[in-house]
Each structure stands twice: as C-alpha cells, then as structure tokens.
Design a binder for this molecule. Sequence first.
Ligand SMILES: NC(=O)C1=CN([C@@H]2O[C@H](COP(=O)(O)OP(=O)(O)OC[C@H]3O[C@@H](n4cnc5c(N)ncnc54)[C@H](O)[C@@H]3O)[C@@H](O)[C@H]2O)[C@H](O)CC1
Ligand SMILES: [K+]
Length: 480
Amino acid sequence: MRIEDVYIWDINAKWLGITPYQLMENAGAGVARAIEERFGTGLKIAVFSGTGNNGGDGFVAARHLSFENNVTLFLIGDEARIRSEEARHNWEILKKLDFVKIKVLKDSSQIKPLDLSGFDVIVDALLGAGTKGEPREPIRSAVEKINEYAGKTKIVSVDLPSGYPSGIWVKADFAVTFQWDKEEYEGFERVIVKIGYPRELYHLVGPGDAKFALRKKGEHKGQNGKLLVIGGSEDYFGAPYLAAKAASYLVDLVYLAMPEYSARRINDPDVILRPFEGRNFGKKDVEDVLALAEGVDAVVIGPGIGTRAETKEFVLEFLRWCEKPVVIDADALKAVAEDLEAIKGRKFVLTPHAGEFRILFGKKPEGSLEEKAKLVMEKAKAVGGTVLLKGVYDIISDGNVWKYNKTGNRGMTTGGTGDVLAGLVGALLAFGNEPLRAASVGAFLNGMAGDMVKEEVGENFTALEIARKVPYAVKWVLEF
Ligand SMILES: NC(=O)C1=CN([C@@H]2O[C@H](COP(=O)(O)OP(=O)(O)OC[C@H]3O[C@@H](n4cnc5c(N)ncnc54)[C@H](O)[C@@H]3O)[C@@H](O)[C@H]2O)[C@H](O)CC1
Ligand SMILES: [K+]
C-alpha cells in the first residue's frame, strides 16, 4: 500500500461514516498498546508532538499511556497551528489533565538545552504522512535532540520516523504504523496496529479514488485531456453522442468520429464532429481515424458502431495500430472477442455487461461478489488489460487487484447508460489515469450521476439526463 492509498482510504472511510476522530483514537491507543507490550508499564515517557495529525496521534497516545506511566508531552510548535478538529479536540482534553505534564516549545532555542536522560521511552509524533521535505525548525531541532538519545533511550515513532525519507530522520527502535505496511517504508522496524478499517476499503470505490482521478493537470486549453470517440452506424447515432457528451464535462476537447450518414443528426457545440463518408465504418476509414487518434490522449471505440463484418474489420485493424489508451465498449467488444491478439500489449479498458463478458471470455459471471471478482481478475490478467464488468455492483480489475462500485440504481437499465460510462472512462484515461482508476472512478461517477437524477425525477429517466448530471457528481466529489 502506498501513502497515496492512505489518503484514499481515509476519505472512503469517512464516506462510510468512520470519523477521523475514531481513526485518531484507535491510532493513539494502538501506539500506547504497542509500547506497553514491548516495554511494560511504570515508565517515564516523553511524547514529542507536532501540530499535524501525527502529533494528534501523540496526544491520544499520551493520554492512554498516562494511565500507568509518567508522561510528559512536548508540543513542538505553536498550539494555534494545530489544524485538524480531531487533533485540536485531543489537545484540549490533554490541557484539562493534571498528571500529564505539558511543555509547549515554539523555538529551537528552547529545545537544544533539553535533557531527556531521565526518560525510559521517547515517542516521536512530530511528523508523519504529511511531511514535505527535510524537517524544518523547530521540528528539526527536536529530531536532532531525540537522536542524541538513540541507542540509550527507547525511541518509538508514530506512523513513521519523523523526517523519513529525507536526509535527517528519527533513529527509532521501531515505528508503530497503521492498518497495513507501506511499501515505501524501509530501514526501520514496523509494528502494525489496526485502526478500524473494514476490509471493504481494499475494494470499494469511493470519493477518495475519484478525488485522485479528477486532479487537473494543467491550466491551459487541451492540457486537461483530449478524447476521441469513434462510433455510430446507419442504425445508431445516439450512443456515440452520449459518450462524447458525458466526456465533454470532464475533458477540454472531445472529437466525435461517426459515419457521415448518422453524423448529420448531431449538432452540439460541445463535441467536435468528424464525419466519415458512408453509412458504416469500414477498412477504408482506418488510416484517417488513426490520424485523428494521433491528436488525442485517449480513445473510446464502440458505442453504436454496429456489428457488420466490414465494421468489425475496421475495429480490429484500428486497435492493432492505435497506441493510445482505449476504452473498448459495446459492439467493439464483439469484434475484439474474435481476435484478442489485436489488443495485446495495449493500454485498454473492456466494458462488458454480463452477456458481453461471456462472449469475450466464454464464462458467465455468477455467484458471490468475491467469486465474480475472482473471475474478472483472472480474465483481466489473461487478456492483459483492465476489465469493467457492469452490473448492480460494477466489478473492475486490472488482473492484480479488484475493485467494486455500488453507486447507481435500477433506473439505469435504461439504454445509453453504458455509453455515458464509456465516455467517462475515456475522459479519465485522457486525464492520464491508469486504466484501473479510470474504469473504477468512471463507474463511480456514472452511478453517482444516475443517483442524482433519481433523487430528482424517480427511476424513469434517460441516459442524457445522467450525462447532464456529471458536473454535479464531480462537484460533490471535489467538495467531499
Ligand atoms: N489513516 C491513517 O493512517 C491515519 C493517520 N493518522 C495520522 O495522520 C498523520 C498525517 O497527518 P497530517 O496532518 O496529514 O500530516 P503530519 O502530521 O504528518 O504533518 C503535517 C504537519 O507538519 C508540517 N510539516 C510538513 N512537512 C514538514 C517539514 N518538512 N518540516 C516541518 N513541518 C512540516 C505541516 O505544515 C503540518 O502542520 C499520519 O502520519 C498518521 O500519524 C490519523 O491520525 C489516524 C488515521
Ligand atoms: K512520526
């Protein structure tokens, strides 16, 4: 698990109703328990806290330890800078206690003369996951002061040694880290304590994933993604339009390549039409559509494209040559099912519903969520890409991990919601997201938009209304 996952989990935990207060209480209690299990009780303990949530964990640990130990808490920095509610709450509690001695040290000149030789254990709660760069004063002096006692006094770091991985960090006997080990951490012993996360957080897609997926890259036109949607046929023109419309709320530029016969039905300034002569895509169009794809960041191919033999040939030939990340949706899935080699080595997302999944992989997904997830993961690994199996719970896997999405409602069985979804996944690919995150967050936003429409109009609505709700779903995520 990476530090980025910590933030995603925290946000998703909050979305599930697990408050930062509960997490901090469990974190601090876990630190206290790990210390007493290792060193016993009746100890003289110095807790060094910073003004962030790492410091907050230290406040909680000090309170828990004070029950059977002699605790002094050193706040390094100005208490006015204690930012989060949960850290402030625990600071206010400490200030009401009499057995915990508190010393506020704002300046390195107050830290340098400190004599810590009377303590059995020093707890380092100065800096944690929020650290940026080398420790700055006065934290820096506190790190140096603590390191004077390395090897003599027991030193326990909260979450990770303060200053790690910069040039100067606390030489701790061990760090008490939360819920799981982090792959970035090395060079110090870790004791892992659980802080109340349910197992679902490994798999459930939430606003935490969406916040990371929606981070904008640049300020200038076009920097926030250009998408090409390829679809439509003599029978369908709505599907590719829906995909393009939905995507237009996220990326800067959306090109919509359609056979001229159906393209003439579209006139929406939000999408840049690129009509191709004729009624259906065929091999004659491969060169020109590839040329279009050169100018974008990601491609969606399939909505309404039809299943004619000439079109299947077009789809396969296009995919053999296109090097851009691509969402393969709807009828393009049927083409790919005939020759999975066409997408070998590519960056792609397949977006089948259960029936298309069976055509692609020869097996209908059934059974429990975990049984279906195992099958999706196995097939994603086999095909070498990301598979988004649409359903009441969408299941997404890149072959290594699996995610599931619970947003959405029965009203979304209406035609076209799959097209909106394909557009959103394509847009998130165009943002630069890896396929797994683009697919899982696309499913999340699609379902959230559908839930917002249902809130307003009940369960009978069209896919275009879902597309129009996309900006509201994005706003909700960014404000969460
Ligand atoms: N889900 C979990 O794992 C939980 C983790 N908890 C603890 O929260 C910290 C992360 O807290 P955060 O407030 O984001 O950051 P820090 O406390 O690590 O530090 C931020 C604080 O320090 C200042 N700062 C940043 N870099 C430096 C620097 N180089 N020198 C000096 N000062 C710096 C910054 O301005 C902030 O004021 C995590 O590690 C866990 O301990 C939750 O409490 C429980 C759930
Ligand atoms: K720390």
